[in-house]
Write a protein that binds this ligand. Structure first.
Ligand code: ADP
Ligand code: ZN
Ligand code: ZN
Length: 861
């Protein structure tokens, strides 16, 4: 065994650390080890095994004097990151200038297997202090207040009677706060030890077991497709049911089962009577149903070891009830061909809204699975609804692993192991699913590739779409980027033949795209003499739909009741105390809330600046819009979908199901209503506020607005009746608005590219945003000034450095913010300059945590 290993630790330092390997221990490259680091124990990834003794960095001492620390424990016998994922991690660290250890931490969702724990014990000095205090009644001179001293002695007292005590327990028992503990450690009264260790997780899964004797009572019929008990279609699109509640639990087992209960029983029966509970979650049945059946004694829950081989939820052979269109077949053929060639290829699937992209994805993935290979489907944060999960389970049975933000750490680790063992060869998930540990990866699909939720806004600041492309390259796999509104970057790549362009130019069954009518709200103001939220035309169209029993969606991309509170006397607005932004009034919850940091305040009855009582609530958010619509259409059943009404995935689905079933006439909401949903009854989409972004100093504002307008318009007319969009705007002539109204993606793209070329923005230049922030204004100013002068001195061929300038949001979460924007035709040169800048910042003792480097920044505010 080699003598040393280099370990990547999740600390904000751009380096790896060398440790000695004790005799007999056999860590693996790509495996985790537990090591001492400063006063703690950390787990890290072994990146290299070698025999080179570490060098001392300070020149004075001799190399032989270093005392090298030892690995405490090897946590894995075999790598948790295979060669490809290790390579991918290194690529990310290099491309996004992120510490490699932090990259690996993001790639591995295994934190549940490592238990952090710190213990304290009293020292001799501590016993002495306690003793002296007991003698004299008061301790020696101290900087602490009498209250603090009391707490200190409570801690000493508590520890004196015990061997060593875990931090949480000590804090609970003595109510000591962390700074006081730190001080006591510094005084050497107490000693701290990190005893973190691997947690022995016996991986068990919950399994639902059908109690056979009872099924006859339940009266299952043979279904007509030959397979006994298999429901013909588990998730008919039209039967999505909101709020259906199970019958009350009853001891009478012969009592008739409701439809949800029957579905569950039938699925269990069809799958051999034992199915992991997790797999049942994918069915379109409320979570409570299983519990009800358990209480009724029809189903039993059991724990089984993770890799039990009991029967699985069977996939249906043909998930699609329709014939694929010619365009869909062609897309399927092209993707299939690329996959079969076993070489890297990138395809951009540009399909208009309602063109049936999802069916193409699922069919491709099915083919890959049938060939015994693996695939990953990435979806935006908001795209992973239970309905999508149900579709996936239906097509792939429990060969699919679904990774979403609602999973606990332990569940996430469990899924990870399932994938790694090869039990789940289809993975669907949000951003980080791009790191799923599959072998023989054949296909990666990125749905709605332009979605900004693919960009991680914390270290490492990677973009999952771009990582997907790189991962496919390394695996010799095919990557498919799908969208109705591709990003400029991807479309440009397709035009340059870096990706093959595949188009679905028509809606399925030749349904027409909706007609779009633009309402100029400035003119509306002139004609009515009043600021209107809902134009006369939109009101008239809504009324007409309601009379015809058709459904309406209204988009206002701003939550809350009123976005601004203004004092008419002094003209000041109520700003967040942590951020330079207005606080938003939330009427129902009776509060003011900052949408950037979450800070909450009381609703003011007078101005905080001048004391005047003339405070006005200005502007309209989705909450107020809902109220206005209620007033205008008292008979209509109106639902609202935004971050205030949606707490979890279930609320989200609940509202959409209600609309789908006709339990709602109208759905109001933020961009949450715009994406992906396929609700056939909606024939009118009203856009009340979606052009706000056009007023922001962000070069992607036009692109975002075009995408949002196209997406929300795409919700109209997906059923038998054609749709219409009424688009209210204050930017009537803006090309983003005009092209969206004409469904002219190519036109928008040409125009926007011109602007990007003139301004040296992506896709013509690589960009990076360098943010300097501090709670102290002075520090932020000094540091950004210093780095500004440094950039100045190193004027580079072709690299433009803008700044330092105050960031558009000059204060956020208490930090003052200054930034630089770098633009460069050569990404390599830009990264070299950024790396030199980080070294300069380190030399000037600017804390690394206060300098954020965001390569390919999406959010420039
Ligand atoms: P997109 O994602 O492109 O907007 P979807 O994949 O959501 O479109 O498909 C829209 C609807 O059309 C879905 O209800 C889907 O089941 C249905 N669909 C897909 N392909 C076909 C087809 N060939 N014929 C009929 N309906 C189809
Ligand atoms: Zn005032
Ligand atoms: Zn704030």
């Amino acid at each position: 065994m080699p003598l040393f290993c280099d370990v990547a630790l999740a600390v904000p330092l751009e380096m790896v650390f060398t440790y000695a390997i004790p005799p007999g221990m056999e860590p693996a490259v790509g495996g985790r080890v537990l090591v001492p680091f400063r006063q703690q124990r950390l787990s890290g990834i072994v990146v290299e095994l070698h025999d080179r003794p570490p060098q001392v960095l300070t020149s004075q001492r001799t190399a032989s004097q270093v005392k090298i620390k030892k690995v405490i424990e090897a946590l894995d016998l075999s790598p948790v990151l295979d060669e490809q994922l290790l390579k991918l991690g290194k690529w990310i660290a290099n491309y996004y200038l992120a510490p490699i250890g932090e990259v690996f931490r993001t790639m591995l969702p295994l934190s549940a297997e490592f238990k952090r724990s710190v213990e304290y014990r009293i020292t001799d000095a501590g016993r002495m202090a306690l003793h002296l205090a007991g003698m004299s009644g008061s301790p020696a001179r101290s900087k602490r207040t009498p209250e603090q001293q009391l707490v200190e002695f409570r801690v000493l007292d508590y520890l004196a009677e015990r061997e060593s005590v875990q931090e949480e327990r000590l804090r609970g028992a003595t109510r000591v706060v962390k700074p006081l503990l730190n001080g006591m450690v510094r005084k050497k009264w107490i000693a701290r030890e990190d005893v973190s260790a691997a947690r022995d997780v016996a991986r068990m899964v919950k399994v639902a077991v059908l109690l056979a004797a009872e099924t006859g009572v339940a009266g299952i019929n043979e279904s007509d497709d030959g397979a006994p008990g298999v429901p013909a279609r588990l998730v008919p699109a039209t039967s999505l049911r909101a709020g259906s509640r199970d019958a009350r639990p009853s001891t009478d087992k012969t009592k008739k089962l409701n439809e949800n209960q029957r579905t569950l029983i039938e699925v269990l029966a069809a799958s051999g009577g034992r199915v992991p509970v997790e797999a049942l979650r994918g069915l379109d049945v409320p979570r409570t149903t299983l519990g009800t059946l358990v209480r009724r004694g029809l189903i039993e829950l059991a724990d089984e070891p993770q890799d039990f081989t009991a029967s699985k939820l069977k996939p249906r052979q043909s998930p699609f009830e329709f014939e694929f269109s010619a365009a869909q077949n062609e897309a399927l053929g092209k993707i299939g061909e690329a996959v079969a060639s076993r070489k890297f290829a990138g395809l951009l699937l540009h399909g208009i809204t309602g063109s049936g992209k999802t069916a193409v994805y699922l069919a491709c993935m099915r083919q890959v699975l049938d060939a015994g290979r693996s695939s990953i489907l990435l979806v935006p944060e908001i795209g992973l609804t239970p309905a999508v999960a149900a579709d996936l389970h239906q097509v792939f049975g429990d060969e699919v692993a679904i990774l979403h933000s609602g999973l606990s750490d332990a569940e996430r680790a469990e899924q990870w192991h399932r994938i790694r063992r090869g039990e789940a060869r289809v993975v669907a998930g949000t951003r980080s699913a791009v790191f799923a540990p599959m072998s023989d990866l054949a296909l990666v699909i990125v749905d709605e590739e332009q979605d900004s939720s693919y960009k991680q806004e914390e270290t490492p600041r990677y973009h999952a779409r771009d990582v997907a492309v790189m991962r496919a390259k390394m695996a010799g796999a095919v990557v498919v980027l799908g969208s109705a509104t591709p990003s400029l970057e991807s479309y440009y790549n397709a035009k340059k033949n870096k990706y093959a362009l595949v188009e679905l130019p028509d809606r399925v069954e030749k349904r027409p795209l909706p007609e779009v009518e633009i309402i100029d709200m400035r003119q509306e103001f002139q004609e009515t003499g009043q600021e209107q939220v809902i134009s006369r035309k939109l009101a008239e169209e809504i009324r007409a739909r309601l009379e015809k029993k058709e459904q309406v969606m209204v988009l206002l991309n701003r939550r809350g009741y009123s976005p601004v509170v203004l004092c008419r006397a002094c003209g000041k607005t109520l700003q967040c105390k942590n951020c330079a932004v207005s606080m938003t009034h939330h009427k129902r919850e009776r509060k003011m809330e900052c949408h950037y940091c979450g800070h909450v305040e009381h609703i003011p009855d007078k101005c905080a600046h001048c004391g005047s009582e003339y405070v006005y609530f200005v502007g309209t958010g989705s909450e107020k819009l809902e109220e206005l619509l209620h007033g205008m259409f008292p008979q209509a059943r109106i639902g609202r979908l935004d971050r205030d009404t949606v707490r979890g995935r279930e609320d989200f689905e609940h509202a959409l199901n209600a609309l789908n079933e006709g339990a709602l006439d109208m759905l109001v909401g933020t961009q949450m209503i715009a994406k992906g949903h396929d609700i056939h009854g909606v024939t009118l989409v009203g856009v009340v506020g979606a052009d706000m972004a056009l007023g922001l100093p962000d070069f992607r504002a036009a692109e975002r607005t075009f995408q949002l307008l196209t997406q929300v318009g795409g919700r109209a007319g997906r059923g038998q009746s054609p749709g219409k969009v009424v688009l209210q705007t204050y930017f009537q002539e803006h090309y983003a608005v005009q092209f969206a109204a004409r469904h002219d993606f190519a036109g928008f793209y040409e125009k926007e590219l011109q602007f990007r070329a003139w301004m040296h923005y992506p896709p013509y230049s690589a960009i990076a945003n360098v943010l300097i922030r501090s709670e102290k204004l002075d520090d932020a100013l000094t540091w950004s000034g210093e780095l500004g002068r440094w950039f100045e001195k190193r004027r580079h061929e072709g690299i433009r450095v803008l700044g330092p300038a105050a960031a558009p949001i000059t204060r956020l979460k208490r930090d003052y913010r200054y930034h630089f924007i770098l633009k460069s035709p050569s990404r390599e040169k830009m990264n070299t300059l950024l790396r030199a800048m980080l070294a300069e910042a380190a030399a000037r003792k600017i804390p690394r945590t206060q300098v954020t480097v965001d390569v390919d920044a999406v959010w420039l505010m």
